[in-house]
Write a protein that binds this ligand. Structure first.
Ligand SMILES: [Zn+2]
Length: 338
């Protein structure tokens, strides 16, 4: 049913041929927060044939202010974002294929997720994941579109292997002074603007039109806008895109891995195992120790004063109520295991 795409097909740079290309394309969206939601919805409506969406978090009421795919019911059920996103996106367009992955995007699962992917869209909120995306992009020769927003300020740049500087080359030119959406806030309009730039470049690339290579940044509140040519920043000896690239961000440390989430009072613990947990068994074991255990098919959630713990099937846990990694590790080991 091509009628739903009729207005887009009338747009000359896309046309019928472009639409056919979109329908045969596969985009990986890393992160289904505000940017990921906005991009995923536009790509779903535009008829990109396959989307893979990976996210490690679940829907919370504080997301509803700008993460446009989610509803109060999703927050009430604490549904994983990838699952909730897929559900709503398929309601919009059931003719495309959407694969939802609940989990962390890591060096060990990332390469598998990249099979037959044409482009990677950045919906993350942290540089650790972006550098991983960047190294994968360079190694596999798959372009990716960077996007970020904080307060009323946003930016986007297209990173095309062998053509543009990569994120490692640009690192010093892109401000990342620890401001995150949770410490200084963000407004929904800037999310829409960043996603609009990201999705426009994505569509251009997929239909075979030239992609804009400048970094665009703007402050939607103060109506400021700038476009900067970054071409000169490409470095011959870059460890990610240079002649003798070593892809430093693809090497994973062994053992339990921890991360403080996007400026939140939350630590993520990822154990050194790939075995799926039986959430039912864990819940049974915890019942005498905790009073308020709830869950769904994908996670369980319970409180141990002053913490609230959300445990996923892959053994990953979010420990809310602390930013202290050792404290969080201790809680994990005591109640869930090594
Ligand atoms: Zn580089």
């Amino acid at each position: 049913m091509m009628e739903r795409y009729s207005r887009q097909i009338l747009f000359a740079p896309i046309g019928e041929k472009g639409q056919e290309k979109l329908l045969k394309s596969h985009v990986l969206i890393v992160g289904a927060g505000a940017l990921g939601c906005a991009s995923a919805e536009m790509l779903t409506r535009a008829g990109v044939g396959k989307l893979t969406i990976i996210d490690r978090d679940y829907v919370d009421y504080s997301n509803l202010g700008r993460q446009q795919l989610y509803t109060e019911e999703d927050a009430k059920q604490s549904l994983p974002k990838a699952i909730a996103a897929k559900k709503h996106l398929q309601e919009i367009n059931k003719e495309i294929t959407i694969r939802a992955v609940v989990g962390d995007f890591t060096p060990s699962n990332a390469e598998g997720l990249l099979e037959r992917v044409d482009l990677i869209l950045d919906g993350t909120d942290n540089f650790e994941t972006r550098f991983l995306i960047n190294d994968l992009s360079m190694k596999k020769n798959i372009p990716w579109i960077y996007g970020a927003c904080v307060k009323s300020y946003g930016m986007s740049v297209s990173i095309i292997p062998k053509e543009t500087p990569c994120l490692t080359c640009l690192m010093k030119a892109i401000p990342h002074d620890g401001m995150t959406c949770d410490t200084v806030g963000v407004i929904a309009p800037v999310v829409q603007m960043v996603a609009s730039y990201q999705v426009t470049e994505t569509i251009k690339y997929l239909v075979g039109q030239p992609v804009s290579k400048e970094l665009v940044s703007f402050d939607v509140w103060n109506r400021q806008h700038s476009i900067v040519d970054m071409a000169k920043l490409k470095k011959e000896d870059c460890p990610s895109c240079g002649q003798n690239a070593t892809y430093p961000y693809l090497t994973e440390e062994r053992g339990m891995k921890t991360a403080v989430l996007c400026g939140r009072n939350t630590v993520q613990i990822r154990p050194n195992t790939t075995e799926a947990l039986s959430l039912k068994e864990v819940a049974q074991k915890l019942k005498p120790l905790v009073s308020d255990i709830v869950g769904n098919d994908f996670l369980i959630s319970f409180s141990i004063n002053p913490y609230r713990i959300v445990l996923f099937q892959d053994g990953r846990a979010l420990i809310h109520g602390t930013k202290d990694i050792n404290e969080a590790k201790g809680i994990y080991q005591k109640y869930i295991g090594a």
